[in-house]
Design a protein around this ligand. Structure first.
Ligand code: ADP
Length: 376
C-alpha cells in the first residue's frame, strides 16, 4: 500500500550554514510532487534527508504516521519503502539489465523465478525487452535512464525520489522520458518527490509543485495556481515572466485588481502577494501570455505601445521581444502571426496575468508622467 509522507519542520545545517529551515511538506499517497528551485536552494539536501542518505537536525519525517527520521531516529534508506532515480543513473556496472532490476526485488521476493518474471515485465514496460542481457555500458543514455526507472518501479515502493533524472539527456529524449516517468509512476501507484530547476518540467509533471528558495519553502500548490497566483515576486520570476514594470496605484477596480500608472502606460493588474489598502507602489510582473499584439493605435487602460525589437520562430508561432514606452523590454510575447522588427504595435494586456506586487519605493514620478501625457 502506498503511504502518505509527512515532512514536518525539518531543518538541516552544514557547519554554521543553514541549508534547510522549517520545511513542512506532505506528499499524499500516490501523489507526484515536484520540488522546484534554483541551484543551491536545498533541493538535493531535502531529497537526501527523505531518502535517508543524510540525517536531519530538527523536525521529523513520517511514512503513514510512522517516524522514520528525527534528530534521534534514523531509519536506513533500505528500510524506508522508497527507491531513487539519479541524474547519473547509478546502475550496477557488473550486472546486466535484467540483473540490475531483479536485484532491487531481492529484499521483497525470495523466489528467483518470480523476480525474473516481474523484472522482465517491468523492462518490457520501459521498452527494454530486447536488451535484458545488455550491460549498462552497452546501453545509450536514454536506455540507461529507462533501466534505472524500471529498477526504481519494480518493487512498487511508496515513494520514488527523482534527482534531476532528465538533465543529462538531449531535448527530444528528455520529453519522451518525461512522459514515460509520469505515466509509469502513476500506473504503478507510487508517490514521487522529483527535483528539478526547470519550471516547464516541473509544471508538466507535477500534481503539486513545492517552490524552494534559499532553504525555505515559498509556495506549495498545483502548477496552475502557482502560475496564476504566485505568492511572491520570486515565484513569479522563477516560473517565467516576460518583463517587469514599476508603478503607482491610481485606482482600485474591484476585489481582485488595481489600476497602475507606469512609465509604459496605465495598466490593470491583478493584486498579488501582500497588496492591501495601504499599498501605493507596485512591481508589475507580466506573464508572456498576458499580452496580445495588435496594430499600433492608441488604446485605453490595459494597453501599452511598443516596438518590435526581435522575433523568433518557435514552430507553433513566434516569440517577440517588444520594447514598450519608457524603455522596458518584454521578452517572449507569443503570437501565432509574425510581427516584424521595428513594427509599431500596441499590446492589450490580460489583467489576470498582469501581476501587481507591493513595492517599498516610489520609482516613478506621477506628476512627470502626467506632464508627458501618459496618465489621464
Ligand atoms: P540544490 O539541490 O537546490 O542545488 P543543494 O541541496 O545541493 O541545493 O545545496 C544547498 C546548499 O547546501 C548549497 O549552498 C550547497 O553548497 C550546500 N551543501 C550541500 N551539500 C553540502 C555538504 N555536504 N557540505 C556543505 N555544504 C553543502
Amino acid at each position: 500500500m502506498t503511504k502518505r509522507i509527512e515532512i514536518k519542520t525539518v531543518s538541516k545545517a552544514y557547519g554554521v550554514t543553514n541549508v534547510l529551515e522549517g520545511i513542512d511538506l506532505t506528499i499524499e499517497a500516490g501523489e507526484f510532487a515536484v520540488l522546484l528551485g534554483p541551484s543551491g536552494s536545498g533541493k538535493s539536501t531535502l531529497l537526501r534527508l527523505v531518502g535517508g542518505l543524510e540525517k536531519i537536525d530538527a523536525g521529523e519525517i513520517r511514512f503513514d504516521g510512522k517516524l522514520i527520521a528525527s534528530p534521534k531516529v534514523h531509519t536506513p534508506p533500505d528500510r524506508r519503502d522508497l527507491s531513487m532515480v539519479f541524474q547519473d543513473f547509478a546502475l550496477w556496472p557488473h550486472m546486466n539489465a535484467l540483473e540490475n532490476v531483479s536485484f532491487a526485488l531481492e529484499r521483497y521476493e525470495k523466489d528467483s523465478k518470480v523476480r525474473r518474471r516481474q523484472s522482465g515485465e517491468m523492462l518490457e514496460r520501459v521498452g527494454l525487452a530486447s536488451k535484458l542481457d545488455r550491460f549498462p555500458s552497452n546501453l545509450s543514455g536514454g536506455e540507461q535512464q529507462r533501466l534505472s526507472l524500471a529498477r526504481a518501479l519494480v518493487a512498487r515502493p511508496s515513494l520514488i525520489l527523482f534527482d534531476e533524472p532528465l538533465s543529462s539527456l538531449d531535448a527530444d529524449l528528455k520529453e519522451r522520458l518525461r512522459i514515460e516517468i509520469s505515466e509509469l509512476t502513476r500506473q504503478v501507484g507510487s508517490g514521487a518527490l522529483y527535483i528539478t530547476h526547470d519550471q516547464s518540467e516541473a509544471f508538466a509533471l507535477a500534481d503539486r509543485v513545492a517552490l524552494l528558495n534559499d532553504g525555505k519553502l515559498i509556495q506549495v500548490d498545483k502548477p496552475e495556481v502557482i502560475y496564476r497566483s504566485p505568492a511572491t515576486p520570486f515565484v513569479a520570476h522563477f516560473t517565467g515572466i516576460a518583463g517587469e514594470l514599476e508603478g503607482e496605484i491610481i485606482d482600485w477596480c474591484d476585489d481582485a485588481s488595481v489600476i497602475v500608472a507606469t512609465r509604459a502606460g496605465t495598466v490593470v493588474a491583478k493584486r498579488c502577494g501582500s497588496i492591501d489598502a495601504h499599498s501605493k507602489y507596485v512591481r508589475i510582473m507580466l506573464r508572456g501570455s498576458a499580452a496580445k499584439i495588435n496594430k499600433s493605435t492608441n488604446g485605453g487602460d490595459g494597453t501599452l505601445n511598443g516596438r518590435v525589437v526581435d522575433v523568433a520562430f518557435r514552430g507553433r508561432g513566434y516569440d517577440h521581444v517588444i520594447e514598450v514606452s519608457g524603455g522596458t523590454r518584454l521578452v517572449g510575447i507569443f503570437a501565432h502571426d509574425r510581427w516584424e522588427r521595428d513594427d509599431l504595435v500596441h499590446l492589450t494586456l490580460n489583467a489576470d496575468q498582469t501581476l501587481a506586487f507591493p513595492s517599498d519605493d516610489a520609482v516613478i514620478d506621477l506628476d512627470l508622467l502626467a506632464a508627458d501625457g501618459q496618465v489621464a
